[in-house]
Structures are given as structure tokens and as C-alpha cells.
Ligand binder design. Structure first.
Ligand code: UP5
Ligand code: MG
Length: 204
């Protein structure tokens, strides 16, 4: 990957902070290709013949992290496919493939591997809110989502992993001045407005 041809924005925040919801809106605004690490892992888990199905299922249920190489390869493959598809339509006018990498990197070694094998991010969009808000959103979603980790026990484990493993990644990028923190406690619309402003700055 050539940093002249790709522009990667990492989207981080705790479980249920609203990463996926906001990414969908940013795709509409800016024509990003949205890659959710969690969605890619769930798709791989369900892919017939995958050797990682059980491993991924267990990690997701336990709120622990799937080995870095598995996740990085899924993201790289999805990026290559999107670039090949020539998503040079509306959003990619500047000739760069714009990617929102959602829910990744969640651990320092993931950040290191990605930077080495793909590129450095232009921005880290950090959706921040309280555990209370996140828990309420996830329990509500759990009524219909069918996600195996939308139950109180798994959610608590996800919070723990987030604090222990993912917060250091945010601090690492904060030291580089790359983090835009957006309070995601408000309505989808309010949060979207702030997120959109932050993204605009790195695209112009
Ligand atoms: N909602 C959203 N915004 C709202 C708002 N402003 N007001 C009111 N409601 C709002 O939103 C969650 C819910 O809240 C939805 O019902 C939404 O309508 C509502 P969503 O946008 O889905 O939040 P998001 O932050 O995307 O939450 P998600 O559950 O996807 O976060 P996680 O980070 O926990 O999940 P992810 O899919 O990224 O990862 C799952 C697991 O995969 C991990 O726990 C881990 O085991 C594994 N994984 C890895 O191992 N490695 C990786 O690199 C990535 C994942
Ligand atoms: Mg999500």
C-alpha cells in the first residue's frame, strides 16, 4: 500500500459508542469505504471452510482480541478488493482510496503491524461516552441484534479489554496529535455533525 494512494482514518471508541452508526453517515458525506474489523471477523467466522471460525467465535463471546495477523489480513484483503473495484467515484475525487477502519487497532501490536504493512492513519476519530450509555445502547440492541456478545456478561468483558488494551492505542496517537475526540453521548445527528467537522479537516 502506498500512502500516496490511500487515506486511512481509524475509528475507535468503546463497545456501543456508535462507531458503526457514525461511519455509515461519514460514508454518505465523504465517500469512504467503511471497513468494520468486527464485521469482517463475523463474516469470516461464518464463511464456509474458514479455519478461524471457532477461534473468532470464542474471542468475540469473551470480548478478547483475535490474533493480530488474522484481523490485519482481513482488512488488507478488503482494502485491496475495494481499490481494485476502483471506487474512484464521487468520494475518491482526490485519487486516494479513503478508508474508515472501524474498531481497529484495538491493541498496540495491531497498530504497529498495520503501520508497517499498510500505512499510518491520517486521523483517529475517537467516539467517547460513558459506560452507562454504552451498556444501555448495547442491551437495547441485544434484544434484536442476534450478536453473541450483546449480553451483560460479554459486554463487561468487552469494557475490560477496551480499557486495558485499546486505551493505550488512543494515548499513543494522542501524543502524535492525531486524535479527534468526539463526545458520542448525544443524538446520532449531533454526534455526526462533530465527527463530520473533524474529518473535513484532514480531507481538505
Ligand atoms: N446508537 C448509536 N449511536 C447512538 C446515539 N447517538 N444515540 C442513541 N443510540 C445510538 O451502536 C450501538 C447501538 O447504539 C446501536 O443499536 C445504535 O443504533 C445505537 P453502534 O454504532 O453499533 O456502535 P459500535 O461502537 O459500532 O458498537 P460495536 O458493538 O460494534 O462495538 P465493538 O467495538 O464492541 O464491536 P466490534 O464489532 O468492533 O468488535 C466485536 C469483537 O470483535 C471484539 O469484542 C473482539 O472480540 C473482536 N475484534 C477483534 O478481535 N479485533 C479487532 O480488531 C476488532 C474486533
Ligand atoms: Mg460496530
Amino acid at each position: 500500500f502506498d500512502s500516496k494512494t490511500v487515506n486511512v482514518v481509524f475509528v475507535l471508541g468503546g463497545p456501543g459508542a456508535g462507531k458503526g452508526t457514525q461511519c455509515k453517515r461519514l460514508v454518505e458525506d465523504f465517500g469512504f469505504c467503511h471497513l468494520s474489523a468486527g464485521d469482517l471477523l463475523r463474516a469470516e467466522q461464518n464463511r464456509e471452510g474458514s479455519e478461524y471460525g471457532t477461534l473468532i467465535q470464542n474471542c468475540i463471546k469473551e470480548g478478547s482480541l483475535v490474533p493480530v495477523e488474522v484481523t490485519v489480513n482481513l482488512i488488507k484483503n478488503a482494502m485491496t478488493a475495494a481499490l481494485k473495484e476502483g471506487r474512484d467515484g464521487e468520494g475518491w475525487k482526490d485519487g486516494k482510496g479513503r478508508f474508515l477502519v472501524d474498531g481497529f487497532p484495538r491493541q498496540m501490536d495491531q497498530a504497529e503491524v498495520f503501520e508497517k504493512e499498510v500505512c499510518k492513519p491520517s486521523l483517529v476519530l475517537f467516539f467517547s461516552t460513558t459506560e452507562e450509555v454504552m451498556l444501555a445502547r448495547l442491551l437495547e440492541r441485544g434484544k434484536t441484534s442476534g450478536r453473541e456478545d450483546d449480553n451483560e456478561e460479554s459486554i463487561k468483558k468487552r469494557f475490560h479489554t477496551y480499557k486495558e488494551q485499546t486505551m493505550p492505542v488512543i494515548e499513543y496517537y494522542e501524543k502524535q496529535g492525531k486524535v479527534a475526540t468526539v463526545d458520542s453521548s448525544g443524538s446520532v445527528e449531533e454526534v455526526h455533525q462533530h465527527a463530520s467537522e473533524a474529518v473535513k479537516k484532514v480531507l481538505s
